[in-house]
Ligand binder design. Structure first.
Ligand SMILES: [Zn+2]
Length: 136
């Protein structure tokens, strides 16, 4: 399903989407609706989130204090992505009730949103404790 575009409004796979002349990076179906691509699955998003979180956390052990503090702040700023992840979840719930191929797109969207939120929740806690220790 990766690299396939789906129009949830037409509920169809769009083989050759066209670029929107007004909005950069937006692809449209033949009827002019915005098309979407399925992203990572739940385990994919969860593992990717955990991996990034833990790798940066391990790096913070070997760098000077100020770099460590900057990295911790940067990782806490990933919290801003929660808005995007929540959009993925809401979309996923809306699309999953429809027939395929929109249903598959919804499942992917929901999985990616929940996987990202869960992995951030777990690693974010580490950074919060680390930052608290440095600040306090
Ligand atoms: Zn369409």
């Amino acid at each position: 399903m990766a690299n396939t575009y789906v129009c949830p409004q037409c509920n169809a796979v769009v083989a050759a989407p066209v670029k929107d002349v007004k909005r950069k990076g937006v692809l449209l179906c033949a009827a002019g609706h915005k098309v979407h691509q399925s992203g990572l699955s739940f385990p994919g998003a969860f593992i990717a989130g955990l991996f990034v979180g833990f790798v940066v956390w391990i790096i913070t052990w070997y760098v000077p204090g100020w770099v460590q503090q900057l990295l911790s702040i940067a990782m806490l700023f990933r919290l801003a992505s929660i808005v995007y992840w929540l959009v993925l979840v809401v979309r996923g719930v809306a699309w999953i009730s429809k027939p395929n191929p929109t249903r598959a797109l919804g499942a992917s969207s929901l999985g990616m949103g929940l996987g990202s939120i869960l992995s951030f929740g777990l690693t974010g806690l580490l950074y919060y404790m680390e930052f608290h220790k440095l600040a306090g």
